[in-house]
Design a binder for this molecule. Structure first.
Ligand SMILES: Nc1ncnc2c1ncn2[C@@H]1O[C@H](COP(=O)(O)OP(=O)(O)OP(=O)(O)O)[C@@H](O)[C@H]1O
Ligand SMILES: [Zn+2]
Length: 428
């Protein structure tokens, strides 16, 4: 067809004619040629189609956390053609993230996760506008962040953030797509979406005690698990934005990765007494900024740094990694016999441990104490190590209470050993 014969109906944004004329031979219902070609496989779906694709293009999503869950969420939402995606995190990429956090690659180890995430999304789809929020999600910025987007995805890993994100979503009237993955299991639900739909707080009114929640860094996670749950979060987000299908609201979907089975629980509806969505809420637009989520909702909003370290022992019961090295290499000013006890789970001892150290996981140590056998090493100085220097303090405390006298915690654990003494020791 020659360019002079561009006679046609003028509908949506449509295509453009090769002559440069403002008229074109076709109409794309609001999508241009590149978009039609790019999204063709979902445009042809009768249950999706062009109207829903256009909704995605006009939509915006905030992703809280660019980690295991956030990775597939960001990638699939950018790939699907969501018009604007905001991503917030406050952490840097670590090597131990790479087995599951597929937004990031080896070259990005050490970079800010939100920046690395934005680069990955821009590489994938230059048509998606990406916004980076470097300070992470906090009570003080919660409402401002949430109000700038249509839907919020919680891809974080700690209760304080989960409650804070939830409360901001309720106050701002935004649907919340929430996921969690740990070990080989995962969960998914859409909160605050529709009249009777509960919020996260309605379902979980009592935040866990500090330290009661499992974390990937301690309990481990099979890399693909957050991939599965995060991908489901991306699907739910697309459904909320476009109205396609039925959302996972007022339901909790649970996935057992070892059995490869899904179960779905019906959730109770919105609760009158809920602190944020109930009839007389304590957490409101006016109060959310000063609400202390870390004190009220199970601990820190991030799991790094000194706040994650216990202090249960007096200084006299603690030795440094440098001192332990001097005992091991024989340069210390003492020739007393000594033993290094490693109280990490056996699985961790198996992949890296100090030469000559003895594996005594916490449960075995407790059995030893209960059986009255904890004094077996009396006469030798006993140095207790774990990964970060928390469990080792608890272990030393138990041994002291059982009557041991010459037991010491190795401060900072094997993480400090790797940083201060032997950088070849794997940091994980
Ligand atoms: N308040 C918050 N604001 C923004 N991002 C958060 C917040 N709390 C947690 N996150 C981020 O959510 C992500 C959760 O990712 P994931 O559960 O895979 O664990 P991780 O913290 O990256 O890794 P690991 O637990 O192994 O050290 C992390 O990138 C974390 O920094
Ligand atoms: Zn509620």
């Amino acid at each position: 067809m020659g360019s002079s014969s561009c006679a046609w109906e003028r509908g949506g944004v449509g295509g453009s004619c090769s002559s440069g004329s403002s008229s074109a031979s076709w109409s794309g219902g609001g999508l241009d040629k590149g978009e039609v070609e790019r999204y063709a496989r979902q445009l042809v779906l009768p249950s999706f189609g062009v109207a829903r694709q256009r909704k995605l293009k006009e939509a915006s999503v905030l992703v809280v956390g660019a980690g295991g869950l956030g990775s597939p969420v960001c990638l699939y939402l950018a790939a699907a053609g969501v018009g604007r995606i905001g991503v917030t995190d406050q952490d840097d990429v670590e090597k131990s993230n790479l087995h599951r956090q597929i937004l990031h690659d080896e070259a990005e180890v050490g970079s800010h996760k939100a920046v690395s995430a934005s680069k990955a999304m821009r590489r994938l789809n230059s048509g998606t506008e990406v916004e980076v929020h470097l300070d992470g999600f906090r009570a003080v910025n919660a409402l401002g962040l949430v109000e700038g987007y249509d839907v919020v995805v919680d891809a974080s890993d700690n209760p304080a953030t989960r409650y804070c994100v939830n409360d901001a979503c309720v106050i701002a009237g935004k649907p919340l797509v929430s996921g969690a993955a740990i070990g080989t299991d995962g969960q998914l639900s859409v909160y605050n979406h529709g009249d009777q739909c509960p919020c996260y707080r309605c379902v979980w009114p009592d935040p866990p005690q500090e330290g009661a929640c499992q974390r990937c860094s301690d309990s481990g996670v099979l890399g693909v698990l957050p991939g599965i749950i995060g991908t489901l979060q991306a699907l739910e987000t697309i459904k909320v934005l476009t109205g396609a299908g039925e959302c996972c609201s007022q339901k909790l979907l649970m996935f057992d990765g070892l059995a490869t089975s899904f179960r779905s629980l019906k959730l109770r509806p919105r609760q009158e007494k809920c602190l944020v969505c109930g009839s007389s809420p304590a957490i409101t637009r006016e109060t959310i900024g000063s609400y202390d989520y870390e004190a009220n909702c199970g601990g820190a909003m991030h799991d790094k740094g000194e706040s994650a370290c216990l202090r249960v022992l007096p200084e006299s019961r603690r030795v440094s990694c440098e001192f332990l090295r001097s005992r091991i290499d024989g340069s210390a000013a003492t020739d007393r016999e000594f033993v290094v006890l490693d109280v990490r789970p056996k699985s961790e001892y198996d992949f890296a441990h100090l030469r000559g150290s003895v594996s005594l996981p916490m449960d075995a140590l407790e059995e030893e104490v209960a059986a009255g056998a904890a004094l077996a090493r009396e006469g030798k100085d006993t140095y207790v190590v774990c990964r970060r220097g928390n469990d080792s303090q608890v272990a030393v405390d138990k041994l002291l209470r059982a009557g041991a006298t010459s037991v010491f915690d190795v401060e900072g654990g094997l993480q400090r050993w790797s940083k201060a003494v032997d950088p070849t020791f794997p940091l994980y």
